[in-house]
Write a protein that binds this ligand. Structure first.
Ligand SMILES: Cc1cc2nc3c(=O)[nH]c(=O)nc-3n(C[C@H](O)[C@H](O)[C@H](O)COP(=O)(O)OP(=O)(O)OC[C@H]3O[C@@H](n4cnc5c(N)ncnc54)[C@H](O)[C@@H]3O)c2cc1C
Length: 187
């Protein structure tokens, strides 16, 4: 009989930590398969403001790049969202039904999603959430053509760091003193 299969859904910091600990404590005990809705390996989400602001070497955010998973024989379905769990047959299905992974043990490490308050206009161009590397790229690209940014929510500490991060990305046709970054808290 082969090794039991561990399926982990989510390649964020929690999912990565689970497989890192399993590899360290019981190497070769499980075949490990992962679903990752984001297409790359694991990065430190907490440092995204430094990437957005261009304050530090973006390479520093990587915790477990995809090569780490490959080196540890962990197969990652990159960019594939798990959509259904067939509890009776112990199978996770994703990617519009194209990917299925039978499991002996299943760990859900799917984190959280940004909450967008039900405000009119949030679906318009130029309105972003800030959670992923792709969000950083999209915000930075849009800011290059913008003079003014408004940051809503994020808590006392994060609203400041997000504002500071967006500022250097904004266009400044009349000099830095023309920047306007407004921060607004939400409840
Ligand atoms: C800008 C920013 C700054 C932050 N700063 C701090 C801080 O200073 N201190 C702090 O403690 N916390 C901070 N946080 C919060 C911290 O990043 C999270 O608590 C942490 O990332 C949670 O890790 P996680 O692995 O549980 O979830 P996540 O990081 O959300 O990862 C979950 C992963 O699962 C994937 N996923 C979700 N659903 C599926 C599915 N169905 N199929 C496949 N994959 C799926 C997601 O795409 C994601 O990659 C910050 C967050 C942000 C965005």
């Amino acid at each position: 009989m082969g090794s039991p299969t561990l399926v982990v859904v989510g390649t964020g910091m929690a999912g990565a930590k689970v497989v890192e600990e399993v590899c360290a404590r019981v190497p070769d005990r499980f075949q490990i398969r992962m679903f990752g809705a984001e297409r790359h390996g694991t990065y430190n989400r907490i440092l995204l403001s430094t990437v957005l602001g261009g304050f530090d070497d973006p390479a520093k955010i990587w915790l477990q790049p995809i090569e780490w998973y490959e080196k540890h024989n962990i197969f990652v379905h990159r960019g594939v969202r798990a959509e259904t769990i067939d509890l009776r047959n112990r199978v996770v299905v994703g990617g519009g039904g194209k990917v299925s992974e039978p499991y002996d043990l299943l760990v859900m490490a799917t984190g959280s999603r940004p909450f967008v308050p039900p405000l009119e206009g949030t679906n318009q161009a130029g309105v972003f959430v800030f959670r992923t590397l792709e969000d950083c790229e999209a915000i930075a690209a849009y800011a290059r053509e913008s003079d003014r940014a408004v940051v809503i929510g994020g808590g006392a500490a994060r609203i400041g760091s997000s504002s500071r991060a967006i500022e250097p990305r904004c266009r400044s046709p009349r000099g830095r003193d023309r920047f306007s970054i407004d921060a607004a808290a939400t409840r």
